[in-house]
Write a new protein. Structure first.
Lengths: 229, 320
């Protein structure tokens, strides 16, 4: 039970809104000490896992100069111009279309997209521009809402498309787990049983996107003063 | 032998961080130039030299970075504000050419993933075969950078500055995913998962088939929320709850259990700040006021999909 002290620290630290990095470090040290590791062993683990997981940060770092440069030269503004010409576009439809593209492509093993590569430079500005074309300037609360849903669309498409493709991390991990246990399980069966949830996830996203458009319309009624950002 | 490994791209990323750190250190207008410069410099060191430095040293560097972040030393510098009018003018000047560099990244990443892993002359392989997709992405970005510089007629220094702008918008949250991965590793080594699985099985009557399903899916969500990672939760919760109760005791289908169980774990990923790379870093990147805005947008989605998963597993796992 004492090993759960790290989880307690996380919950308390997050709810007190202390610096997240500090809370995570404290939780790691406390859990390590509770499990009988020395401080040197804990620092070694932190260093090893930190280096091993550079993979998570690498795409962002590589992408920043390209995306930053294109943004400086009007990538967002160009995307907005294109979307304003599309009369049927709404914020929700833009986000849903992106979710569909993301989900279908990753289910075929094609990993395009990402928060830095697609959502910030293209999807979020296009969704905002679609809402602006309809309603004029937007209140800040709507801008936040649209951007948060664009990020959610990226996550939904990514997570719930991925498990349909057999040569992907999750399926191989499950296969490896069952192999180690001596239980014969086919990768195709696991991929197949990912499909119903994929449809449910997309339907849920379609519902949220339709609701997003209604909420944005209502935000304008509730916040007649507009802010430009 | 591999000619091109992912280490090469870690070195490139380290070099970019190093350049940004130097630019910050030389910027007298920056409110916390020394603290911020040191933070990015240390991160550059862990990227470029991560494999050479002893792990304990890296651990110490990480602790220093966290202290810098927690004491408010890592902040955004003053950004030379480019007016919206100027960006719009540039957008009109460059038109759709602006999209080409951005499209190179996925196209090359996909083609490279398909082709690069198979290129070899005898024992000399072109790329590290276990990391093909990451290397292909890296190559895609390099080509895109060349293309972006050509299209915009900007300098590489400008690219580094604009990259540094995005880097400082993300701020110290950039290393949060790696730090949470480290915490997950420590949790796994310390055996936290076994304790959680034990608690769940003691608290619930898992001899009832439907309770076993709820406990397994719920366990996946809860433990994924704690670890920030469904993969880490899978082995623990499937070993602790799924296999003994759903498969062994009630003769459920392991493929259905695993597939839907993992997707239940993803519902946990949608709900937790511990999955910082999916939930918190994007909130910073999109410059949202509320760091939890993405999670809040995802709560109804996660709950709906989770409920559907439980129903689906209950309806199918004991039947097929």
């Amino acid at each position: 039970m004492i090993k759960l002290i790290g989880i307690l620290l996380i919950v308390v630290g997050f709810s007190l809104r202390l610096n997240t990095l500090l809370v995570v470090l404290a939780a790691g040290i406390a859990t390590g000490l509770a499990a009988g590791f020395s401080l040197h062993e804990i620092l070694t683990m932190v260093g090893k896992y930190f280096v091993d997981s550079r993979t998570m940060t690498l795409p962002l770092l590589l992408m920043y100069p390209v995306v930053g440069l294109l943004e400086r030269h009007g990538l967002k503004e160009r995307a907005e111009t294109l979307i304003r010409r599309t009369k049927a576009a709404t914020a929700g439809r833009v986000v849903l279309l992106y979710t569909a593209v993301r989900q279908i492509s990753i289910s075929l093993g094609v990993n395009i997209g990402g928060h830095a590569g697609m959502v910030r430079p293209l999807v979020a500005p296009m969704a905002e521009a679609a809402a602006r074309a309809k309603h004029g300037e937007l209140p800040q609360v709507s801008v936040e809402r649209i951007r948060a849903h664009a990020a959610a669309g990226e996550n939904i498409g990514n997570f719930f498309g991925e498990d349909i493709f057999v040569a992907v991390g999750a399926i191989l991990l499950m296969k490896g787990f069952f192999d180690a246990q001596g239980i014969p399980v086919s990768v195709w069966a696991m991929a197949l049983w990912g499909i119903p949830t994929a449809f449910i996830a997309f339907a849920a996203m379609a519902w949220r996107c339709a609701r997003l458009d209604r909420r944005v319309a209502r935000d304008l009624v509730e916040n007649p003063t507009t802010t430009v950002r | 032998m591999k000619l091109l490994t992912v280490e090469a791209f870690y070195t490139v990323a380290g070099a970019f961080l190093f350049v940004v750190a130097i630019r910050i250190a030389r910027d007298a207008q920056h409110p916390r130039r020394w603290g911020s410069a040191l933070f990015w410099m240390l991160l550059a060191l862990t990227f470029a030299g991560g494999k050479q430095l002893p792990s304990a040293w890296v651990g110490c560097l990480v602790v220093i970075m966290i202290i810098l972040a927690a004491t408010g030393q890592v902040v955004r510098g003053p950004q030379a504000a480019i007016s919206r009018e100027e960006r719009t003018r540039e957008a009109e000047r460059l038109g759709n050419r602006l999209f080409w560099p951005a499209l190179f990244i996925p196209v090359i990443a996909v083609l490279g993933t398909l082709v690069l892993g198979h290129v070899h002359v005898g024992e000399v392989w072109l790329v590290e075969t276990t990391q093909v997709s990451l290397i292909a992405l890296g190559l895609g970005v390099v080509v895109a950078l060349f293309a972006a510089v050509r299209v915009t007629r900007a300098s590489y220094r400008a690219a580094a500055d604009e990259g540094g702008r995005l880097l400082q918008i993300t701020g110290w949250a950039l290393i949060l995913p790696q730090m949470l991965a480290a915490l997950g590793g420590i949790f796994a080594k310390a055996g936290v998962g076994e304790v959680v699985a034990g608690l769940v099985t003691h608290a619930l009557p898992t001899q009832v088939p439907v309770v076993a399903v709820v406990a397994y899916c719920g366990g996946m969500v809860l433990f994924t929320m704690i670890m920030g990672n469904a993969f880490a939760a899978f082995a623990v919760i499937t070993g602790g709850i799924g296999l003994p109760f759903i498969v062994t005791q009630h003769h459920g289908n392991p493929a259905i259990m695993a597939a839907i169980g993992m997707l239940s774990g993803y519902c946990g990923t949608l709900l937790t700040p511990m999955a910082a790379n999916y939930n918190l870093v994007p909130a910073m990147l999109l410059e949202l006021d509320d760091p939890h805005a993405v999670i809040k947008a995802q709560v109804p989605l996660a709950l709906t999909i989770f409920a559907a998963n439980v129903g689906l597993m209950w309806a199918c796992v004991y039947r097929f």
